[in-house]
Design a protein around this ligand. Structure first.
Ligand SMILES: [Zn+2]
Length: 212
């Protein structure tokens, strides 16, 4: 009799383990000043159908497990979900390789996303720290980070983002103009590294453009 084997490429984490990853990312970003005034959100995929996501309004620097919710990736909205939860959940639905996502409102991401909005993309090129991203082995790399316009209707924005990402080379994140950065990876540990690398690279880019 044929058996269906589980999809080994997808994680199978308990809510507690996934929430601990959410808390680790939130505390890191909070300590670095990347999520001012309760902004930003963090999530870790539990399974094909569920993810642990920060609840609305929490102070990310002091996030505790009660402020993390278990959300259905393609189901009804959780009553305590943040307004930006759809931007996380739609990513999980479209990209099975993504295991964790972080969204930050850092100064460098906010400024550069607005400055380059008309081009629709920010190019990061020639920096040694590009090697911090999974699968990149040389500074001789051009990373094109898509920029989408901001929108308070986050369901509509999530659909726009997915359309845009389908037309873009595979990457690690995107910018929302005048708003901030989304960054992902296979695990929350990868996202911690990618978040730190993005923040360094965006700050370097800002200084190189001569208008920090
Ligand atoms: Zn935001």
């Amino acid at each position: 009799m044929a058996e269906t084997s589980p999809d080994l490429s997808l994680p199978d984490l308990s809510f507690a383990d996934a929430a601990d990853g959410v808390i680790a990312m939130a505390h890191y970003a909070g300590a670095k000043g990347l999520v001012p005034a309760t902004s930003g959100n963090f999530s870790v995929r539990m399974t094909a159908t569920h993810a642990a996501v920060t609840a609305t309004g929490a102070n990310k620097a002091a996030l505790v497990r009660d402020e993390v919710i278990e959300a259905e990736i393609a189901g009804a909205k959780h009553p305590r979900a943040s307004a930006e939860a759809p931007l996380h959940l739609v990513r999980y639905a479209h990209a099975p390789e993504i295991g964790a996502i972080s969204h930050i409102h850092s100064l460098a991401a906010t400024l550069l996303s607005r400055r380059h909005e008309a081009e629709g993309v920010l190019r990061l090129e020639g920096w040694e720290l590009l090697k911090a991203f999974s699968g990149i082995h040389t500074h001789e790399t051009v990373m094109e980070v898509p920029i989408v316009p901001n929108d308070q209707d986050t369901d509509r924005l999530a659909m726009l983002v997915e359309r845009r990402l389908r037309e873009s080379p595979p990457g690690f994140g995107y910018l929302i103009a005048g708003h901030g950065l989304y960054v992902w990876g296979a695990t929350y540990q990868d996202v911690l590294r990618h978040m730190e690398a993005f923040e360094f690279l965006l700050t370097a880019q800002l200084y190189e453009e001569g208008r920090p």
